[in-house]
Design a protein around this ligand. Sequence first.
Ligand SMILES: [Zn+2]
Length: 388
Amino acid sequence: MKTDLEHYTVDQVLDGFVYNELEAKGLFGLAGRLTIQPEYQRHYIYGDGKRDVAVIDSLLKGYPLGLIYFNVNGDRLEVLDGQQRITSVGRFVTGKFAIKVDGKEQIFSSLSKDQQRKILDTRLDIYECQGTETEIKQWFQTINIAGVPLKAQELLNAIYSGPFVTKAKAEFSNSNNANMQKWRSYIKGDPKRQEILEVALDWVASPQARGIDAYLALHRQDQGITELKTYFTSVIDWVGGVFIRPPDKEMCGLEWGRLYELYHSNSYNVTELNKAVDDLRADPFVKYARGIYEYLLGGSKDTQLLDIRLFDDAIKRAAYEQQTQKAKAVGVSNCALCAHGDNANKTLIYALKEMDADHVRAWSKGGSTDLTNCEMLCAMHNRSKGNK
Ligand SMILES: [Zn+2]
């Protein structure tokens, strides 16, 4: 890859700068010759009143902004690295945000002429790079380790940039999408950081036994995203149809794609199912509320999903003492199952540490986790009784 160090002033770079609020993109500069946000770049994420302000602060203090990289594409240039910094300066100069100078809120036009000139005359060190697409993108991966690290999906978008990624981003990475609020109650992450798109891709790719990268490689040149969109909508609609409730906080970020694959062809009595969700959420023995949904979808069998509260040591000791004293009086084993069987352990008295607590009436059948429902069994019998 060939690189040349060039110098442009802020004024030159911002010539023709336009900021698109809707797409959160700085668009062009250098009198139209520079594309500030090529399609593989991420959205502008410096607009947080901290990082954008820090950029302007640096300029006013004469600190360097760091190296900026442009990619030479014919007679055009595109920003390879530095998009966030350039967009911050552009937004400030076009009056999009204010900074505090000497305790006073200032926008660009209210700064003194000297301060304005200081910003506009700042010389930026810019490497102009020429190379193959692969070289540029591999290198893009390397330089972006500095600064705000790329999310996995941002990197994949860069590597597989093309019509498919562009359309997919328009759908799943757009905070203004009317469905976004609903989606985000089931999916954890920031659409701008490509985390909703990542989940959508994972859902559609997993049943095909593909990773996201393989799926993107396969569809890179597709003009449409129908399969991705349809599958995603099916999952979301299924969740909303089965769990008819304003989404509980614990529902956010569950593996809905996997659960859809496993259970979407089952039929459920939706009213009962949602009543059961309410009951379990109100059950103090359920320690892991996020497991409730999968537990119910799976037919209320796998109590491990709920991390049911176990008997504590005081209850175990009390149960042990009570049944051991009784057993000794009759001359049988203090494990009731050993005592009943016809085996060598029929009269064996186990030590407390050799026994485990078991629910007499299973928790899943309404049995409580207290002394009245606690029975100590020898380790072997406890295991063979399986799940509580
Ligand atoms: Zn036993």
